[in-house]
Design a protein around this ligand. Structure first.
Ligand SMILES: C[S@@+](CC[C@H](N)C(=O)[O-])C[C@H]1O[C@@H](n2cnc3c(N)ncnc32)[C@H](O)[C@@H]1O
Length: 232
């Protein structure tokens, strides 16, 4: 094995180790599966687009009940992990939500869980949302699953001392969404060490140092948009 190959292997191992922590974080999220149960119910017999599907946290439950699951993500590495979870004829698209290669009015239900808030450029975020509305069928729904204010999860990430979560959630409301549901749930990590490592990889050491429990309280807010709602 050449030195160069050895280094590549080492680097990619480090990458996958970090990627593993993103997956562990995603698995720990919503320990009681309240979001999964909610999304499953909505997905029955629908063409469902999981916009920013990541590693496919919700893929297995949706693929089982939907008429078609479509996962889109900007990250090919995340998407590969989602594909590995698929056992059906699902479609995977590696692209930005800004330009989605799907026809106008072609999707019954779009779910997007903790995605648009990660897009800090407001123009880019607006373009993504416009694109989601374009591909949605009349009477179709967009469901955004997001963080609610004032939870332990917000406190750990220093979000209670600024208005970022509120500003983002207000941006959603200003775009034709209503609050559908509020859920109180928690992250359920296997150990404090796992919780700390996940938070360190994603948010940095100062934040992970605040963790002293493997269970972290998390408040979730679910927004709903219905296309052509005004016709009814
Ligand atoms: C916080 S993760 C959430 C992943 C997944 N929805 C979940 O709940 O586990 C955000 C995901 O959005 C994806 N993402 C961010 N911006 C995107 C964009 N403009 N287009 C497509 N995917 C995007 C990221 O690659 C990442 O996988």
């Amino acid at each position: 094995m050449s030195m160069e190959y050895k280094n590549l292997l080492k680097d990619s191992k480090a990458y996958y180790e970090d990627n593993d922590y993103y997956e562990l974080f995603s698995i720990a999220e919503d320990g009681e599966n309240k979001v999964a149960d909610y999304l499953k119910e909505l997905s029955i017999d629908k063409v469902v687009l999981d916009a920013g599907c990541g590693t496919g946290k919700f893929l297995p439950i949706i693929e089982n009940v939907a008429s078609k699951y479509i996962g889109i993500d900007l990250s090919n590495e995340q998407l590969k992990r989602a594909k590995d979870k698929s056992s059906g004829n699902s479609l995977f698209i590696n692209s930005s939500l800004e330009k989605i290669e799907l026809d106008n009015n072609s999707v019954d239900l779009i779910i997007s869980t903790w995605v648009l808030g990660t897009i800090t450029d407001i123009e880019e975020r607006n373009r993504c949302l416009d694109e989601l509305k374009r591909i949605l069928k009349p009477n179709g729904k967009i469901i955004l699953v997001e963080n609610d204010e004032n939870s332990e999860f917000e406190e750990i990430r220093n979000r209670t001392s600024d208005s970022r979560t509120r500003d983002y959630n207000n941006w959603i409301l200003s775009n034709g969404f209503i609050v559908d549901k509020r859920l109180e749930t928690y992250f359920s990590f296997k150990s404090i060490d796992e919780a700390k490592k996940c938070f360190e990889v994603i948010y940095g050491k100062t934040i992970s140092d605040k963790i002293n429990n493997k269970k972290i309280e998390h408040k979730i807010i679910i927004f709903r948009y219905k296309k052509n709602d005004y016709n009814e």
